[in-house]
Design a protein around this ligand. Structure first.
Ligand code: NAD
Length: 447
């Protein structure tokens, strides 16, 4: 099938390359001329494992093409995906869907009269209806139909998520859209991937509800980790113990510095706003958002406490800047809040991230960018692990300690055990497991 994708970012490019790989004829379009020039010359504008090889392969086979021109890109396309960004609006936390509407207007002028326009961007419930209204207004005689096909891929494993998703959600308003989308995903459905057809509003809300549920789960275990610290329990065992219950499941139960990324923070906030607009406030999600925001600030306090109550003029090495491993995405990353809070308290910051350094250089000031984790730890009073990149999990703690001037290791991903740290001469602070039982009991009695 001939497919056009408006927006060639993490979602648009991955979707385009994967659809081209299953035999469709795809054109990825973007208004960012530099991005398209890079893609045309074989360079990938961001890091996603396996994507470069897939783009090379499908480009060589001529099933994946690139364009900056919507009019030529959408010509003859049976399906036109809108996969542009939907960032939070600075003024009120609502999602900014102006790029979606702008793409819809552009498409309405040049799409084939019977094209199916599919929103892949994460958009508030009712947006597909508005896209339809815009298109009918701009092009009253068009027979185009609109569908919603929210994306659930995770950065870092986006290609596998596209090729073997847990499910494909498609919101449609009429049979033709259903037929066209069934044909598109037939190669995946044939492999047993569940395809759920819903109304467009259902599909739009499923995306937000899924992300909100996962954000609640993360926040739940983070709060349980805090309780573990106060009571002398170990969150690793508590998490394992509850995760073995099949009704709960073990995923998303690892304590950490708070959720970040380009999706969870903005999608939870947007859902809260939508619910308020509809007069059905979601108290659980409102609390999740504020607990998570607070948690990032608390992480800086935890680091300061581990450094003896002050970080003024102390050198702190931050290992991991991206919001999760295997991506170069720093949007909403906890590292940014932690670094800025530590700098406010007078800390000198040295950082290292395997893939996020180039983007970090555009976002961080007054930090030293290092070559590797040991270089970042050079003469540092404390090392803080923020993101669980594999290279940090495999670090030689003895070598790390030898590079440092202090002996404080703050492990916000619970990679290392106290025994690992002690062997290397490091004082470890983790999450949900470090206060000895005797201290916890004393605290409780005193309280
Ligand atoms: P992104 O910022 O990486 O990419 C968006 C692209 O759209 C940019 O390259 C931008 O230049 C382009 N663009 C904007 N307006 C345009 C226009 N009028 N015409 C052509 N191109 C235009 O964003 P992303 O991370 O790919 O996210 C896209 C959407 O998918 C968002 O709604 C996001 O919430 C959702 N989503 C993202 C992820 C993820 O992990 N990144 C996962 C699921 C869903």
């Amino acid at each position: 099938m001939k497919i056009a994708i408006i927006g060639s970012g993490y979602v648009g490019l991955v979707t385009g390359a994967c659809l081209a790989d299953i035999g469709h004829d795809v054109t990825c379009i973007d208004i960012d001329e530099e991005k398209i020039a890079m893609l045309v010359s074989g360079q990938i504008p961001f890091y996603e494992p396996g994507l470069e090889a897939l783009v090379m392969k499908t480009s060589a086979e001529n099933t994946l093409k690139f364009s900056t021109d919507v009019a030529t890109g959408v010509k003859g396309a049976e399906i036109i995906f809108i996969a542009v960004g939907t960032p939070p609006r600075r003024s009120d936390g609502h999602v900014d869907i102006s790029a979606v509407y702008s793409a819809a207007r552009q498409v309405s002028k040049s799409a084939d009269k019977s094209a199916l326009i599919v929103s892949k961007s994460t958009v508030p419930v009712g947006t597909s209806d508005e896209i339809e209204r815009i298109i009918r207004e701009e092009s009253p005689h068009a027979r185009v139909s609109i569908a919603s096909n929210p994306e659930f891929l995770r950065e870092g494993c986006a290609i596998a998520d596209f090729q073997q998703p847990d499910r494909i959600i498609i919101g449609v308003a009429e049979d033709n859209a259903r037929r066209v989308m069934s044909k598109l995903y037939q190669p995946l459905a044939a492999k047993g991937v569940p395809v759920l057809f819903t109304s467009r509003r259902d599909a739009e809300l499923i995306k937000y509800a899924a992300n909100a549920f996962l954000a609640v789960k993360i926040t739940f275990i983070n709060e349980i980790a805090d309780l573990c610290e106060a009571t002398g329990a170990d969150v690793a065992f508590v998490s394992k113990g509850i995760g073995l219950d099949s009704r709960i499941g073990s995923k998303f139960l690892q304590a950490g510095p708070g959720f970040g990324g380009s999706c969870f923070p903005k999608d939870t906030t947007a859902l809260v706003k939508t619910a308020q607009d509809f007069g059905r406030p979601l108290r659980l999600i409102e609390t999740t958002v504020s607990v998570n925001d607070q948690r990032k600030r608390n992480m800086a306090r935890k680091i300061i406490a581990a450094c003896g109550g002050s970080v003024r003029k102390k050198t702190i090495a931050i290992l991991g800047l991206t919001f999760k491993p295997n991506t170069d995405d720093l949007r909403g990353a906890p590292s940014l809040d932690i670094i800025s809070a530590l700098q406010d308290q007078g800390a000198i910051i040295q950082v290292f991230d395997p893939k996020g350094m180039d983007i970090a250089k555009t976002l961080l000031s007054d930090v030293t960018f290092s070559r590797d984790p040991y270089d970042a730890a050079h003469k540092a009073d404390a090392v803080v692990i923020v993101t669980e990149w594999d290279i940090f999990c495999k670090m030689d703690l003895g070598k790390l300690r030898a590079a440092m001037s202090g002996d404080t290791l703050v492990d916000l991903r619970n990679i290392f055990s106290a025994a690992d740290a002690t062997r290397a001469g490091l004082q470890l602070t983790g999450l949900g497991r470090q206060i000895p039982l005797a201290t916890a009991k004393a605290t409780r009695v005193a309280a």
